[in-house]
Ligand binder design. Structure first.
Ligand code: GDP
Ligand code: MN
Length: 387
């Protein structure tokens, strides 16, 4: 789960990460009021779940009331398109008004979970302010990486090494180290998957300030972080994914036209590959889980059908924990209940496969039965092309 910049800043501030003063605004009028509270030059920042807002007109430094009003007028209600949002963009419904900072240097600081080494890895670069992808491509030598040993956690000396590696003055090192350690503690204590401060700035007054902040959290840990879970903003999510995750389904929206209903994440990935191999494009990843009941199968169909691009549905179930006849019953019930007109290809394997196929074949529905995954993918691609 992602959160907004102002929410991330609020959380990080509690861990001692220095931020600028600021406040939220939902209208141009509130924006100017917030600015008057802060006094002086302010920055108007569109709150959307995306980076690269600056280049898209979502970050404006404003000196006068008129400028603030114009910036707020421009941003609010707009679907801001950045190179991270896709062409649909993301709706701006709140602004963060922050006191302006006199930037001397911009640093990149990121914390990610590195799955390969099973460690939190800190990435920093003296060339902050732009995308890390851009930095690593154009200035790979500026990137510093530090892995945190989970047994002892991040150590002060590691933060100091990072700070010196970035080439900052010794007096600033002492301000940078608590900021780095604060981000690390927030990452660890809040079950984050990513913390990114880009830029972390050193001001002309020789202060350290997190000027931007991005955090995302492990969905599987949200149950034990209710104060994080409530920061969710569904308006920023893919509506297909919101619908599915609200119903306990593991779903990822894709751009193709073949809806997929599969049990097991590995099998779901293999199904996407097979569809591609057969010349088609999957509309989604969907893992319905091990012991999927007919109710769950129906829910899955509903989730897949919310995507209007879907032209055919491929159900691929390997029944180990489950039973094929149970899944087949679920498919037949769902097709009847939801009155599905789209072509459906079902491939069943495993426990009670014969009984399962019989239920499909005797249902009187035009559901296509396939024996192998390759065949199922081929049939689904053909059906989608015909539709
Ligand atoms: P992003 O484009 O979504 O990553 O948004 P950021 O919050 O990182 O802002 C983009 C850029 O705007 C930063 O890299 C800064 O260069 C600039 N910026 C943001 N806040 C200020 C500020 O207070 N003063 C000045 N001078 N520039 C700012
Ligand atoms: Mn940024």
């Amino acid at each position: 789960m992602d959160i907004h910049e102002y929410q991330a800043k609020e959380l990080l501030a509690k861990f001692g990460v220095p931020i600028a003063r600021g406040g939220l605004a939902y209208s141009p009028e509130q924006a100017t009021y917030r600015a008057s509270e802060l006094g002086g030059t302010v920055v108007v920042k569109a709150q959307i779940h995306s980076g690269a807002r600056g280049k898209a007109g979502g970050v404006k430094v404003c000196k006068t009331e008129k400028e603030i009003e114009d910036a707020a007028e421009f941003m609010l209600g707009r679907k801001l398109v950045t190179h991270q949002t896709g062409s649909a963009g993301k709706l701006v419904s709140r602004l963060y008004i922050e006191e302006a900072t006199n930037i001397d240097r911009e640093i990149y600081l990121g914390f990610v979970m590195d799955r390969a080494s099973e460690r939190i890895v800190v990435v920093a670069s003296a060339a902050g302010g732009m995308d890390i992808e851009e930095i690593s491509a154009s200035q790979p030598d500026t990137i510093i990486r530090v892995a945190v040993d989970p047994a002892v956690g991040m150590q002060q000396f590691q933060a100091r090494e990072l700070a010196f590696g970035l080439g900052v003055d010794p007096e600033i090192v002492n301000k940078l180290v608590p900021a780095i350690m604060g981000c690390y503690r927030a990452f660890r204590d809040l079950d984050a998957m990513m913390v990114e401060i880009n830029p972390l700035v050193i001001t002309k007054e020789k202060q350290v300030v997190a000027l931007d902040a991005k955090m995302s959290f492990d969905d599987n840990a949200l149950f034990r972080r209710p104060h994080i879970a409530e920061l969710r903003d569904k308006s920023q999510e893919d509506p297909r994914e919101t619908y599915a995750s609200d119903r306990g389904l593991s779903y990822v929206g894709l751009d193709g036209d073949i809806g997929c209903i599969v049990n097991g994440a590995g099998l779901a990935m293999a199904t996407l590959d097979m569809i591609k191999l057969a010349g088609g494009e999957p509309a989604n990843f969907l893992d319905i889980g091990g012991g999927a009941s007919p109710e769950r199968v129906t829910k899955s169909f509903k989730a897949v059908l919310r995507d209007k691009n879907v032209k055919a549905i491929l159900v691929n179930v390997f029944a180990g924990i489950n039973r094929c006849d149970w899944v087949a019953k679920g498919v037949v019930d769902a097709v009847k209940e939801l009155d599905i007109k789209l072509p459906i290809v079902v491939r069943l394997a495993g426990t009670n496969v014969e009984e399962g196929r019989k239920i499909i074949d005797n249902s009187g529905l035009t559901v296509i039965s396939a024996e192998t995954l390759a065949d199922a993918a081929k049939q689904a691609v053909e059906a989608a092309k015909k539709a």
